[in-house]
Design a binder for this molecule. Sequence first.
Ligand code: C5P
Length: 296
Amino acid sequence: MPAHEPSGAVKTTEAAPAKINLALHVTGQRADGYHLLETLVTFTEAGDVIHIQDAAEDGFSMSGPFSDILTRDDAGHNLVLKARDLLRQACGMECLPVAIHLEKNLPVSSGIGGGSADAAATLRGLCRHWELALAPAKLAEIALKLGADVPMCLASQPLMARGIGEDIEMIDNMPVLNLVLVNPLKAVSTPEIFRRLANKNNPPLGQRGDEPWMAFIGKSRNDLEPPARAVLTEIGEASTLLSEAGAELVRMSGSGATCFGLFDTMENAQSAAARLRQQRPGWYVQATKTIDGLPR
Ligand code: C5P
């Protein structure tokens, strides 16, 4: 935290959970180039953390295993500052200077939210910190300006998103899933993966009906996985390692490169993660579980 912090300053902490696309179907493309999606999304205990406190002037700092990368490539932290600035523009006078600290635990440009989760957590955290009574629709509008995934990260609970990601339907009966996240620590460019997608009009996800969640997820796809695998061979490698470690289902999240494996118990997820860490010591490997909603 900066040295100029006033004593007794109000502090706000906001979780920025990782976003997992359990399924991601690309069903079309808009005239402006953005792709139409149907995506089943959940969030995990693993994530970044945003800390906010009153300060004499605005400030920004970072810590955590992936903060160095962000310092070199400032796209992610700019999204935090952009979120602060857009919210202040919308709300004006009440928004006093704040020092924002980002605990960067998630790999950057990795298909699990990252920058979007940080931006959404900044919006939620600042709304609480500044005691703003902003209409949810207005907050969602600001979120969408920051990126297609930011509105879903605002919710941070199981959901189905359509449109380019902004048309959100909450899901309240998804069981807790035990996962292992694996990322080879090579950044993937989302626009490039969308550009390389051969077919932009794929079959939709459809309705789950009474089908068990695992069966429904098992039948679905991530349409961005084939183009991402063509760009980065480590994605195929990560999937194979997760399968060999006993995952019931393995898939890539978002535009990659993070792959996730679903495990029947957290114990099995943890022992798979330990094995993967030994096999690929330089990679990001994290056992975690999904959340019903944001911690309060
Ligand atoms: O909205 P965001 O800045 O996160 O998107 C990054 C890029 O990913 C966009 O510029 C676009 O090329 C691509 N994208 C897309 N369709 C979406 C979401 C993202 O084509 N639904």
